[in-house]
Design a protein around this ligand. Structure first.
Ligand SMILES: Cc1cc2nc3c(=O)[nH]c(=O)nc-3n(C[C@H](O)[C@H](O)[C@H](O)COP(=O)(O)OP(=O)(O)OC[C@H]3O[C@@H](n4cnc5c(N)ncnc54)[C@H](O)[C@@H]3O)c2cc1C
Length: 454
């Protein structure tokens, strides 16, 4: 199949001023760790076919990645093992190189006299700094493909958006042109046999430097196959209740796809296509697309255009000044990071959310807001609260270190994408939440009980 017309050129950016060379094409896989429904891999295949060269996939393993503990490496390696198998079935080798990614990719590409290097897109600072350094040192063309968002982040908007209401019309106006079906990755010039040895994932897992006290999650199987099974289950069993019940943590009607989306083991565009043809009532499809498409792509927009996305300083002026005006207010409770981490607060509901985070790597989306807002209420000051919430989320949440997480914390604690509310102690003009609000929405006792069974 000729896939050329199906890759929208707006999805691709050239990151340096070099020409395509004549060697093999390298797909430097980073955020989008999957074989199917991956525009970056598809573009790399197209480039290889155009240049009549083979393609190979490279994964660079940094000495550490934003403090990720072993829980995250375990999920990622098991997913990558599956990707390697699927690539091999198509004759494409996958190589893992350890070291500083920008240096390893440049050395590897120059050793092969690469025809082109293609990578996927992430708005996170560290990944962008690796890419700018690689762009300067690579001697062949270096392309970036947004394979994560339905509408490429740089096309959706040229600036940081204020709120969902400002980005929604922009995204919706572009949805039809970008929400297209995926072709199957086809390669024309692979060698008949793969000489490359298979990656020893067990050795990599044994040698990676990561905090092993945060144990792997047992209840989730990583990988593309598991993601597809979860998506099918969600479409068949729960999407029809999503609009009315998604804010009830006991209902089990959310998709729980965020770990797979975070590691790129499933494509948001593929999910959106499946949801859009589901026979469930429209209100459920619309409510889900609002989260998967509008809120998720708004989060990428926030991180892409605000380099201080993971810091209190990055918050809007109105919320920073309001929070700081209340920084000295009396707090009924003032917990340390250790007390929060060990779920030692006075509030059984908050403790239940924290236990769920530590034990399962997940907190229900509604409870995540309550969890973060109470950290604001019970910390010494708003800057400390921001740092504690971020640290706990990134350490334990299996979908942590994600634009959605940085934005979710900035929303809960710092009013990002929200508006000023009535002024009150500690919160200033930040939207308030309390346990009686939760009790009006769901059976709090049941939630607490189930967290303790995890
Ligand atoms: C304090 C706080 C921390 C958060 N940390 C993370 C995080 O580390 N990683 C993460 O992926 N999400 C995070 N979120 C966003 C959201 O809570 C999760 O995406 C959601 O709980 C994931 O569960 P699900 O897949 O069952 O969601 P569903 O309700 O089934 O939604 C489907 C998908 O839509 C997207 N989505 C849903 N809600 C949001 C949202 N509010 N903002 C952006 N995208 C959304 C996610 O990709 C999600 O997987 C956080 C939110 C808050 C308030």
């Amino acid at each position: 199949m000729d896939i050329r017309p199906m890759i929208d050129h707006r999805r691709v950016r050239l990151l340096n001023a070099r020409q395509d060379g004549t060697g093999p094409v390298i797909y430097w896989m980073s955020r989008d760790q999957r074989f199917r429904h991956n525009w970056a891999l598809l573009f790399a295949c197209r480039k290889a076919n155009e240049l009549q060269r083979p393609i190979e996939v490279l994964f660079t393993l940094a000495p550490s990645f934003l403090g990720a503990p072993f829980r995250h490496y375990d999920f990622m390696f098991r997913g990558l093992r599956e990707v390697e198998g699927r690539l091999r079935e198509s004759g494409i080798p996958l190589t893992v190189l350890t070291g500083e990614p920008d240096k390893t990719i440049s050395a590897y590409a120059s050793g092969l006299n690469a025809g082109a290097v293609v990578t996927d897109f992430s708005p996170l600072r560290l990944v962008r700094s690796w890419k700018s350094s690689a762009a300067a040192s690579l001697s062949c063309a270096f392309y970036e493909v947004d394979a994560h968002n339905i509408v490429p982040c740089w096309i959706a908007s040229p600036r940081q958006e204020f709120a969902a209401r400002t980005i929604r019309p922009k995204l919706n106006a572009l949805l039809d042109t970008f929400l297209t079906a995926f072709p199957y990755p086809e390669v024309a010039c692979q060698p008949d046999t793969l000489n490359q040895p298979v990656v020893n994932w067990d050795i990599l897992a044994d040698t990676v430097k990561a905090d092993r006290s945060v144990r792997p999650v047992k209840h989730l199987n990583p990988g593309e196959k598991a993601a597809e099974e979860r998506l099918r289950k969600f479409l068949d069993q729960t999407l029809h209740r999503y609009a009315k019940e998604r804010n009830d943590p006991n209902s089990g009607c959310v998709s729980a796809l965020s770990p797979y989306l975070h590691f790129g083991q499933v494509s948001a565009q593929h999910i959106a296509l499946e949801v859009s043809t589901s026979p469930v009532p429209e209100e459920n499809r619309a409510a889900f697309i609002e989260e998967l498409f509008i809120r998720k792509e708004l989060a990428d927009n926030y991180c892409f255009y605000n380099s201080r996305y993971d810091s209190f300083d990055g918050l809007p002026d109105w919320s920073k000044s309001s929070l700081m005006a209340h920084a000295e207010d009396h707090r009924d409770f003032n917990y340390t990071v250790g007390q929060f981490e060990r779920a030692e607060t006075h509030d059984p509901l908050w403790n239940a959310a924290q236990i769920s985070l530590v034990e399962t790597g997940m907190i229900h989306g509604y409870m995540r807001m309550y969890w973060a807002k109470k950290i604001l209420e019970w910390s010494a000051n708003p800057g400390t609260a921001f740092d504690i919430a971020l640290w706990l989320n990134d350490r334990y949440a299996i979908d942590g270190r994600d634009p959605n997480g940085y934005t979710g914390i900035a929303w809960s604690i710092g009013g990002v994408h929200d508006r000023p509310w009535f002024e009150r102690p500690v919160y200033g003009k930040i939207r308030y939440m309390n346990d009686s609000g939760c009790a009006r929405k769901f059976d709090v006792g049941r939630y607490i009980e189930s967290a303790h069974k995890t």
